[in-house]
Design a protein around this ligand. Structure first.
Ligand SMILES: [Zn+2]
Ligand SMILES: [Zn+2]
Length: 137
């Protein structure tokens, strides 16, 4: 059992969970990439019967009987759920209040994984946005 809380960027939507731990997937499918405008999506898999929401949520049906929820005020992505897996809802891990508590269990749809992710360990790291850009040419 696990107790978790989360919110969108603006705070208009919050969620609370107290229930069994589910699958924590990092998904590399192109649909997740386009839906989130990010190179992959990291999900906390939860039992929808133990999850409560507050605030208004809109959703988009990204494929038949598959819905992606988001905050209509700030646009934060909140969840993925599909009729294929009725016992699970997948919340975006970055909505967690304690984002550092997230531990992915597996990566999925790796055939659609963005190749440059492999190069991240090899490029410079900064704690801020880094140095001002140097003019090129
Ligand atoms: Zn919001
Ligand atoms: Zn996906």
């Amino acid at each position: 059992m696990v107790e978790l809380n989360g919110r969108c960027l603006c705070g208009a939507v919050t969620w609370h969970y107290n229930g069994p731990r589910g699958r924590n997937l990092v998904c590399h499918c192109e649909s997740c990439q386009r839906a989130t405008s990010a190179p992959f999506a990291a999900f906390v898999g939860l039992d929808p019967n133990n999850l409560t929401w507050s605030g208004k949520i809109n959703h988009y049906e990204s494929s038949p009987k598959t819905w992606r929820g988001f905050c209509p005020a700030c646009g934060s992505r909140l969840y993925f759920k599909s009729a294929k897996w009725p016992g699970e809802i997948h919340l975006h891990s970055s909505t967690l209040d304690d984002r550092a508590a997230y531990q992915p269990d597996q990566e999925v749809v790796c055939e659609e994984r963005i190749g440059w992710l492999d190069h991240l360990p090899d490029i410079p790291k900064h704690n801020s946005f880094g140095a001002s850009p140097e003019p090129k040419d």
